[in-house]
Design a protein around this ligand. Structure first.
Ligand SMILES: Cc1cc2nc3c(=O)[nH]c(=O)nc-3n(C[C@H](O)[C@H](O)[C@H](O)COP(=O)(O)OP(=O)(O)OC[C@H]3O[C@@H](n4cnc5c(N)ncnc54)[C@H](O)[C@@H]3O)c2cc1C
Ligand SMILES: NC(=O)C1=CN([C@@H]2O[C@H](COP(=O)(O)OP(=O)(O)OC[C@H]3O[C@@H](n4cnc5c(N)ncnc54)[C@H](OP(=O)(O)O)[C@@H]3O)[C@@H](O)[C@H]2O)C=CC1
Length: 475
């Protein structure tokens, strides 16, 4: 019988979290044996594209063929496969082809899957990886009207990127992009929605392509989540001459039906009909459910299952270790379960998947060496996120929407229509969060003010006075 190969480290998933974990393991223990088991034929490597401040950076996410990755890290064996079951007592793992591997430490970085709206219909699609993006492009090309459900990152990006199609955007809130910004910022973005100049500016910053044909192991296993500017090379274009967006606020989809309901206005026939809870009914070609994600966790076969958080993620302690010994988790699949810094909280973003993966790698290496886990690094002391919505750079800092402040805070706002939107979240004379839209160049100042908790009450609204260089105050 062939002897079971035992690896020092096994990492499940070749997304940003998994690759960041491997990079750190290989830096710390270059001679160790590492096995990467990933369902996708490409891995995602994150590098810093632009460092805006100590904490805020724009990432460049690149796809790399697994063979190239192995060439860079010869101690890493890569197997493209789906992990099915983990046996924590035996310390072995089985894949869907029946192969078994042994591990000393294992890190689960299997990401998440789209959490589609709870209505059974083949006309409802989600978006996660290269395959689902290619499917979406094909479907759109034949479509005249699409319904987008959800008000988070994907929906906000899609609404801006879709071309030549009627879009009905169904959201539960009073304003758009509520998973990221407040009502004021949403209004600013809406007012700029037709600024075509911004579209072309954005296209020039292309850093990422999705032109290859994905060869993910099985159709039901997601590849890596899409990277920045995933839409730029895709041309998400419908079959009409122009685009028209209408927004249905404070409502949700009650039902989808292939039979036309009597209450549906008009004579046109559609593949599917959507009924909203506000009573409106309309036909469309299909529905895009951009309604969040669910962590994608392999099965545990012995002993207790993973302890999971309310959002279904594997609970991890401050060393990124799960409730099961020698099993770590990082990225979208995990839910942090430690007393986090006041100005930090978890969101499923690659800006968090990367430091979580790196830190998990360091903790696993320390554990193998029987050393104490390293201290949490500065990435976990302040929430930061930089992205682009409606062609604008959006920087979110700390408790940018007053999270954790119990509604008792003051918001200082400066808006220059079409140019910038700045909001500061202040409580008891201290800055706790900021939303900066546009090229404000204020990131560093506000980052410092949140971190050092200086009393800013005497500066009042001057903090946002464009005629005053506030850096002078703090020199
Ligand atoms: C359309 C879209 C746009 C986004 N835009 C942004 C953005 O602008 N900014 C931002 O910060 N974040 C963005 N995100 C979120 C970000 O992509 C994720 O938070 C991040 O990629 C999570 O990284 P991960 O390594 O945890 O998971 P993933 O990147 O999803 O990687 C998971 C890996 O595990 C593999 N896998 C899964 N199950 C198994 C299994 N059983 N066996 C073996 N392998 C398995 C998958 O194939 C994949 O390789 C976006 C997400 C989407 C879907
Ligand atoms: N630029 C960026 O930073 C981007 C980040 N991402 C990330 O990728 C992941 C997937 O994005 P996405 O799917 O947009 O998820 P998000 O978590 O960003 O947003 C989910 C949205 O869906 C809504 N929702 C959830 N369930 C329902 C329902 N049953 N009916 C109606 N609305 C519902 C939520 O509303 P409510 O708030 O009312 O619950 C929320 O507005 C997220 O982790 C996201 O952060 C994705 C794209 C871009």
């Amino acid at each position: 019988m062939e002897q079971l190969k035992i690896f020092d480290f096994v990492v499940v998933g070749g997304g940003i979290a998994g690759i960041s974990a491997i990079e750190q393991i290989c830096l710390r223990l270059p001679q160790s044996s590492v096995l990467l088991l990933s369902a996708s034929a490409f891995v995602r490597v994150a590098t810093t594209r632009l460092k805006l401040t100590t904490h805020i950076e724009e990432l460049q996410i690149q796809e790399e063929a697994v063979n190239d990755f192995h060439r860079r890290y010869p101690n890493v064996t890569v197997v493209i496969t789906k992990v099915d079951k983990i046996y924590p007592i035996l310390h072995i793992i089985k894949d869907s082809l029946g192969e078994t591997y042994g591990y000393r430490k294992i890190c689960i970085c299997s990401g998440s899957v789209p959490k589609l709206v709870d209505l059974e219909s083949p006309f409802i699609v989600g978006l996660r990886d290269t395959d689902s993006a290619a499917d979406l492009k094909m479907k759109l090309a034949k479509s005249k009207r699409v319904c987008v459900l959800g008000n988070g990152g994907i929906a906000t990006e899609l609404i801006y990127e879709l071309k030549n199609i009627d879009v009905i955007w169904v959201i539960r809130d009073k304003y758009i992009a509520s998973a990221f910004v407040d009502g004021g910022a949403a209004e600013f973005l809406m007012n700029c929605a037709d600024d075509t100049d911004k579209t072309s500016q954005h296209a020039k910053s292309l850093r990422y392509t999705t032109s290859h044909v994905s060869s993910d192991v099985e159709k039901d296993i997601p590849g890596c989540a899409l990277g920045p500017n995933w839409h730029v090379s895709l041309e998400l274009t419908g079959a009409l001459e122009k685009k028209n967006v209408s927004i249905e606020y404070q409502t949700f989809i009650k039902d989808v039906n292939v039979t036309k309901p009597a209450s549906c206005p008009g004579t046109e026939e559609w593949p599917v009909y959507v009924t909203l809870n506000n009573g409106k009914v309309f036909g469309c070609d299909f529905v895009i459910s951009a309604t969040g994600v669910s962590p994608s966790i392999p099965d545990i076969e012995e002993g207790k299952p993973f302890a999971v958080g309310r959002d279904g993620g594997i609970l991890v302690n401050q060393s990124m270790e799960s409730s099961i010994q020698d099993i770590y988790a990082a990225g979208d699949v995990c839910t942090v379960n430690w007393d986090v810094a006041f100005h930090w909280f978890q969101m499923r973003l690659w800006s968090q998947a990367r430091p979580m993966g790196s830190y998990a790698g360091l903790c696993m290496a320390a554990s193998l060496l029987k050393e104490a886990p390293p201290l949490l690094d500065f990435s976990f002391e302040l929430f930061t996120h930089v992205t682009r919505f409606f062609g604008f750079r959006v920087v979110l800092l700390g408790l940018f929407n007053g999270q954790k402040l119990g509604g008792k805070y003051e918001a200082l706002v400066r808006v220059t229509k079409g140019v910038e939107y700045l909001k500061l979240v202040v409580q008891d004379g201290k800055l706790h969060g900021a939303v900066l839209i546009g090229d404000t160049e204020m990131e560093e100042t506000f980052e410092n003010l949140i971190l050092n908790q200086l009393d800013i009450s005497r500066y009042g609204e001057n903090l946002l006075n464009p005629d005053i260089d506030i850096d002078d105050y703090f020199d």
